[in-house]
Design a protein around this ligand. Structure first.
Ligand SMILES: [Zn+2]
Length: 168
């Protein structure tokens, strides 16, 4: 970011709250950069979990849990239901929260991913939006996953012990 999104003035880096931050030279607005909230959904049927194959970077061609970024004005749960519908064509409802995970330094910056366990209400699985394929996979037959957080969510869902480096 080079220019102030509030007034269009040029930005400079200053220490604010002991961290280097972008500050506007004209209006003094401090441009805080925070992690972006995202969601992921675990949908299980007959001991298999629904994954989608990614059509876009990051992780193009790899697989992941259905999910995406939360829109402004949308709750975390509503974002999860919407993303599942967009990527899998399934209507679902939230059963409960599984975990949250930080994914630092992505092409979008830092991301916080909240993972819900959801249940299918209706619909036939069909890949859409950012997904080019989908399928149900058992724990011993997982394809390559695009995101470390999703690997962690699945390990927790299946009750596996996690390496301490996976926390956070
Ligand atoms: Zn400004």
């Amino acid at each position: 970011m080079k220019y102030c999104s509030t007034c269009g003035g040029s930005l400079t880096t200053e220490l604010v709250d002991s961290r280097p931050r972008l500050v506007c030279k004209s209006c003094n607005h401090v441009h805080y950069i925070n992690p972006i909230p995202a969601v992921a959904a675990i949908i299980e049927q007959q001991s298999s979990v629904l994954l989608v194959k990614r059509a876009v970077e990051p992780g193009k061609g790899d697989w992941c849990l259905p999910g995406g970024f939360i829109e402004t004005g949308e709750t975390i749960a509503a974002a999860t239901v919407r993303e599942v519908k967009e990527e899998t064509n399934l209507e679902c409802r939230i059963l409960g929260i599984l975990d949250a995970c930080s994914n630092l330094g992505t092409i979008y910056g830092d991301i916080i991913v909240v993972c819900y366990i959801v249940e299918i209400l209706s619909g036939e699985p069909k890949a859409g939006d950012d997904a080019i394929d989908l399928g149900f996979f058992k724990e011993d037959n997982l394809p390559r996953l695009a995101f470390r957080c999703h690997t962690r969510f699945l390990a927790k869902f299946w009750g596996r012990n996690l390496d301490s480096s996976m926390h956070g």
